[in-house]
Design a protein around this ligand. Structure first.
Ligand SMILES: Cc1cc2nc3c(=O)[nH]c(=O)nc-3n(C[C@H](O)[C@H](O)[C@H](O)COP(=O)(O)OP(=O)(O)OC[C@H]3O[C@@H](n4cnc5c(N)ncnc54)[C@H](O)[C@@H]3O)c2cc1C
Length: 400
């Protein structure tokens, strides 16, 4: 596997980095303190072509490879987890799922405007009583002529108040357990749809997260994604892409922790020398560096497998699990390196610590990934190619 970055990828990284330096970092402490989500940032990301980085040009995207998406997520999370989360749900969980499973009509109608950044997509799987245990979801979509009638609610949905299109998972046949779940593309402006933001979050405060509600929403049958009963499989395949973006973001979070800690450790003095000269501080710095390098390699390996069109559930799960754990630990260490100053929002590290917790919970908790990896090691789990795979990058390029 070749982990060297192309000239195009290096330019992409520097574009996103300067965007973050100019458009996010000067304002983020205040946005975070005020719990303010600024949708204009999404518009500026769209103007830079960052809302559809790895979507083929034919479908309105930038046609770059999957590791370019990782670069965008890494650099955005250096600014704040909220913006990387937005790209994760919009591109990773929604647009890439449409690319993989959508009909040509669905791609033209929904994927193209999303990849251009004219419309925003989100992902509605979790419910008040169904998180890790997806099959216990209660939402239903009952066929009625040319429509399905969708009822239920979803909780903890990123971009709940701002997205235009939602991928929603609901039972079309409860008797069949997880094989009775189907996936639908749902528009915000349909009658019976409502949303409400959740207040009082530990982190990602400048992001928009909350509930969405469906009260007899009429979903045209053309908006069924895949076949009836394929919803569980589609939801899990979507997570292969969402988790990849979360892992990449965690790499950016670790880098931000390391950079802030190195700077502080070289400035702050105790006992007549910079704290960076104390071995126990060095241990924390070294742990961040190790986490950064290991996480990067895991992420780029998963990205290369996506580029090749190979199934990568196992490798993506490992990258997501390890990178998020490393990021959470790095943020904890970064606050420790900063001492009491790390405990105030005068420095960014307390925000890193609060933000680093959700990624250990969403898109498969730490425990879910631990169980998955044990399952692979013990021979209880094995992945076969899906009936519709995410297209390899070569295929995407050929579509220009
Ligand atoms: C900021 C944020 C944004 C989110 N955005 C989205 C979104 O856009 N779309 C969406 O659909 N969801 C979203 N989520 C929801 C997220 O995916 C779920 O919270 C997650 O899947 C965990 O589900 P849960 O919270 O119900 O926890 P539970 O599943 O109830 O788990 C509670 C605890 O029990 C543990 N546990 C559960 N089962 C087992 C087991 N079998 N063995 C061992 N331990 C177990 C878990 O690991 C966890 O520690 C978001 C969550 C957050 C915090």
């Amino acid at each position: 596997m070749d982990f060297n970055f192309s000239e195009e990828q290096t330019m992409l990284r520097s574009t996103v980095r300067s965007f973050v330096d100019k458009e996010i970092l000067p304002y983020i402490a205040e946005w975070d303190r005020e719990g303010q989500f600024d949708p204009a940032v999404m518009q500026r990301l769209a103007d830079l072509g960052l809302m559809g980085v790895c979507i083929p040009e034919e479908y309105g995207g930038s046609g770059m490879d999957y590791n370019s998406l990782a670069i965008v997520c890494e650099e955005l999370e250096r600014g704040d987890t909220a913006f990387r989360t937005s790209v994760s749900v919009h591109t990773g969980l929604n647009s890439m799922t449409l690319l993989q499973w959508g009909t040509e009509e669905q791609k033209q109608k929904y994927l193209v405007p999303q990849a251009k950044g004219e419309k925003v997509g989100a992902y509605g799987l979790t419910e008040p009583g169904a998180g890790s245990d997806v099959a216990s979801l209660q939402s239903t979509a009952i066929k009625d002529g040319d429509h399905y009638i969708l009822n239920g609610s979803k909780s903890w949905i990123s971009l709940c108040d701002t997205a235009d299109h939602f991928l929603v998972f609901a039972y079309t046949d409860k008797e069949k357990h997880h094989k009775g779940i189907s996936a639908f593309i749902v528009e915000r402006n349909w009658e019976g749809f409502d949303s409400k933001a959740t207040k009082g979050k530990l982190g990602i405060r400048s992001g928009n997260t909350g509930e969405i509600f469906f009260d007899h929403v009429k979903v045209p049958k053309e908006n069924l994604l895949g076949e009836e009963g394929e919803g569980f499989k589609i939801a899990m395949a979507a997570l292969d892409n969402g988790r990849f973006t979360v892992a990449a973001g965690a790499v950016g979070q670790i880098r931000a922790c390391l950079e802030a800690s190195v700077k502080y450790a070289n400035e702050r003095e105790t006992f007549g020398k910079p704290i960076g000269k104390h071995q126990l501080v060095q241990q924390m710095i070294a742990r961040m560096k190790a986490g950064l390098e290991m996480s990067s390699l895991l992420v780029y390996r998963a990205g290369e497998l996506k580029n090749e069109g190979t199934r990568n559930t196992e490798e993506t799960s490992m990258a997501k699990w390890q990178a998020c754990d490393f990021a959470n630990k790095a943020a904890d260490d970064a606050v420790q390196v900063h001492g009491a100053y790390g405990y105030s929002d005068e420095y960014p590290v307390e925000r890193y610590l609060r933000n680093s917790k959700a990624p250990v919970i969403y898109e498969g908790t730490r425990e879910v990934h631990t169980l998955m990896q044990a399952g692979y090691a013990l021979g209880y789990r094995e992945d076969k190619p899906l009936n519709k795979m995410l297209p390899a990058w070569e295929e995407n390029k050929a579509r220009v």
